[in-house]
Write a protein that binds this ligand. Structure first.
Ligand SMILES: Nc1nc2c(ncn2[C@@H]2O[C@H](COP(=O)(O)OP(=O)(O)OP(=O)(O)O)[C@@H](O)[C@H]2O)c(=O)[nH]1
Ligand SMILES: [Mg+2]
Length: 302
């Protein structure tokens, strides 16, 4: 499963503009893939003369508004991207962020309330586990009704709860003091070099992706063959077998071992063979912790 982020914001704050700019998908759809720019990928692809180059991508969901029911569609996402209107001059972005936090809290409260109603009915059977859950949910509800988020909840949360208020949240101010989404939307039509010439520095959207990586503690690894060279994202600290599972479940199942070269060692050596000759390629097992920039070649049999 690719990483997934949900865009939230007050009406007219620029959510769909961000969605279209990130995904290049038409606004008529509200789910799209945002490719992650990574100059290392192109350099690795050049070494192995890849016919196809596939960047890593994040799944992005755009919402048409807020409110508990709509926000409920985001219970499965890994992070929330909050867009704040800093361009119209009619809003105070910090206040809008507070409003949105409150909306997320209300959505969680409704969610817990509905769950409590259901579990309370089932608990009438006398099942001790259900009675315990009823008591837990009652305490959670009281906590939320006191205006406190689930992040401030000390105890454990029921694993199926999928709260919104515990998700990593990245706030973006849309406007001259943050990122200018309207400008980014226009520049995305241009070739990258021309677009860069219009901006002072790198794309503000690359910056968004960089902050997402930081917030979610992600790394990138690569697979490199002449057929396809591809970048993948993984949570920091995950192992070679987990990386293999991202590529294909068969590859994880038949995992024997894994050849690892750092991307810049491969580029400098000019080929896998030369990198191996120089002793820059290592053989690792299932429990190897994948590092940012690793090029992996998993040996497997099925
Ligand atoms: N000047 C300016 N206008 C912007 C900017 N970002 C968005 N807009 C305009 O603001 C309007 C709303 O933008 P959308 O991206 O549709 O906002 P939204 O959050 O998706 O709106 P809803 O889905 O209706 O809640 C559009 O007319 C955009 O062109 C910006 O950075 N500067
Ligand atoms: Mg919209």
């Amino acid at each position: 499963m690719p990483l997934e982020v949900g865009i939230v914001g007050l009406p007219g704050s620029g959510k769909t503009t961000l969605f279209e700019t990130l995904t290049r998908a038409p606004a008529s759809t509200n789910v799209g893939m945002a490719p992650i720019a990574d100059e290392r990928l192109d350099r690795v692809a050049a070494v192995v003369r890849a016919k196809k180059v596939t960047p890593a991508a994040i799944r992005v969901v755009d919402l048409q508004g807020t409110g508990p029911q709509l926000l409920g569609n985001l219970r499965q996402v890994d992070a929330l991207l909050v867009v704040l209107d800093g361009f119209s001059g009619t809003r105070v972005p910090a206040d809008d962020l507070e409003t949105l936090r409150l909306e997320l809290l209300v959505a969680d409260r409704d969610h817990v309330e509905r769950r409590l109603e259901r579990v309370r009915k089932q608990a009438k059977s006398g099942d001790p586990a259900l009675r315990r859950e009823t008591a837990d949910l009652e305490r959670l509800l009281a906590h939320l009704e006191a205006g406190r988020s689930l992040e401030e909840w000390e105890g454990e949360l029921p694993p199926e709860l999928e709260p919104l208020t515990t998700k990593p949240l990245l706030a973006l101010e849309n406007g001259p003091r943050g990122i200018d989404l309207k400008l980014e939307a226009e520049l995305r039509e241009l070739p990258p070099e021309e677009a860069a010439a219009f901006r002072d520095g790198p794309s503000a959207l690359d910056e968004v992706v960089r902050r997402l990586f930081e917030t979610l503690d992600l790394i990138s690894f690569f697979t490199a063959s002449d057929k396809e060279t591809r970048a993948w994202t993984l949570r920091r600290g995950r192992t070679a077998i987990e990386a293999a599972a991202m590529i294909h479940s068969d590859i994880a199942r038949g995992f024997i071992r894994c050849e690892v070269i750092r991307w810049d060692d491969l580029v400098e050596a000019g080929s896998h063979a030369e990198a191996a000759r120089r002793g820059l390629q290592r053989l690792e097992g299932k429990t190897y912790v994948v590092q940012d920039g690793d090029v992996l070649n998993v040996r497997f049999n099925v």
